[in-house]
Design a protein around this ligand. Structure first.
Ligand SMILES: [Zn+2]
Length: 227
């Protein structure tokens, strides 16, 4: 454990239905979290790096002293004990639990009937606000420092959904095999990611799972970050 688990930022999947020039920092941040947590390689420094790049530098919030998840506990992101094996284990549980909660919230958008209560919850808690910074009004993310990790990530997606709801209704894809979140307007792909789509011959691509990895995909399918 420890430094060997340092987070190596991997590019989030490209929201293929979106123009490359679209500026959606909340979506980039949310997808970056989901992609990195899919690989289960987070260290306290790695998570601090994600906060710094996607939330501190964009003015959303400062890196919290502690990250938490309701059923997984809490762990400090600073201090001498943050590299303890126990802290690393707790952080892994927190990230895993947060990922499950975020995916569950997003799946609600694809449900029938649709469940988008996380949008109202994000507004009600003040984590997402409509405000005017520069130019027209827009949704901004303002989580409190004590928000759970899932609460922070869900608020990122909530802001993007509120500003781009039609994109989610039209092209949100969540893979039933690996929970990967992508965007594709082809209705046949709503429940599959590129790695788990049937091949042109009609056969499903065989995927080998590593013993410690509940989901696995061909790395050659990793698309680039949206710009
Ligand atoms: Zn998949």
């Amino acid at each position: 454990m420890g430094n060997t688990l340092a987070f190596s930022p991997s590019p989030p999947p490209t929201p293929t239905a979106e123009p490359a020039s679209t500026a959606r920092p909340e979506l980039v941040a949310g997808l970056a979290f989901l992609e990195a947590s899919r690989e289960r390689r987070w260290s306290p420094l790695g998570l601090c790096g994600w906060f710094d790049e996607h939330l501190v530098q964009t003015g959303v919030m400062m890196t919290p002293l502690v990250v938490s998840e309701l059923s997984a506990g809490a762990v400090a992101l600073h201090g001498t004990r943050m590299h303890d094996p126990d802290s690393q284990l707790t952080l892994t549980r927190i990230v895993t639990e947060a990922r499950i909660r975020v995916i569950t919230a997003l799946r609600g958008l694809r449900g029938s009937p649709t469940d988008d209560r996380f949008l109202m919850a994000a507004i009600f808690t003040g984590r997402v606000r409509r405000t005017r910074l520069v130019g027209p009004n827009r949704w901004v993310v303002r989580p409190e420092p004590t928000a759970t990790l899932s609460g922070i990530v869900i608020s990122l997606f909530a802001a993007d959904v509120l500003a781009n709801r039609e994109t989610y209704d039209r092209s949100l894809c969540i893979c039933d095999a690996c929970d990967r979140v992508t965007f594709d307007e082809d209705q046949a792909h709503r429940a599959t990611c590129p790695a788990h789509r049937p091949s042109v011959s009609g056969f499903i691509r065989k995927v080998t799972l590593a013993p410690d990895q509940p989901t696995a995909e061909s790395s050659s399918d990793a698309p680039s970050r949206p710009r």
